[in-house]
Design a protein. Structure first.
Length: 151
């Protein structure tokens, strides 16, 4: 599918993905099927906007389901307690401050946070409080200091 690279997840992140998958495969899939059936009843499918829109939505839904299944298959559950509490890893919440004094809070997570594979994630992984990091972003490099690390 998207690649053979494993996806490090905390138990909570895996549970979040599994809950989303269950929602999509259950009620959301049933809604999509019903929307298609309703649109079919409107007649001529060649000029039936509702039918084409419903089929498009179903395609997007099935694609998301496929992506979630692939991600869960490739997932590797990490033990959050195995990592030193001061070291940044997957599942860690980090507060950083850039050169202009602006603070930002991020969570290193491939589920609803900053991906460990992103420029910010790569710069922060394995670092500790008070470390200075250089972040190689597409818009240009910038420096930040790590203020706090938590779970």
């Amino acid at each position: 599918m998207a690649g053979e690279k494993s996806d490090a997840l905390t138990p909570a992140q895996k549970a979040q993905l599994e809950a989303e998958l269950a929602e999509l495969e259950g009620p959301r899939r049933a809604e999509a099927v019903q929307a298609i059936a309703t649109a079919r009843s409107f007649g001529d499918l060649s000029e039936n906007f509702e039918y084409h829109a419903a089929k498009n939505e179903q395609g997007l839904l099935e694609r998301r389901i496929t992506m979630l299944r692939d991600r869960l298959e490739r997932s590797v559950i990490i033990d959050e307690n195995a990592v030193d509490g001061d070291t940044i890893g997957v599942g860690t919440k980090v507060e950083i401050e850039d050169e202009q004094g602006e603070r930002m809070q991020v969570e290193i997570s491939s589920v609803g946070g900053v991906s460990p594979d992103s420029p910010v994630g790569r710069a922060l992984m394995g670092r500790k409080v008070s470390d200075e990091v250089e972040i190689q972003a597409p818009s240009g490099a910038w420096r930040a200091r790590i203020l706090s690390v938590g779970r």
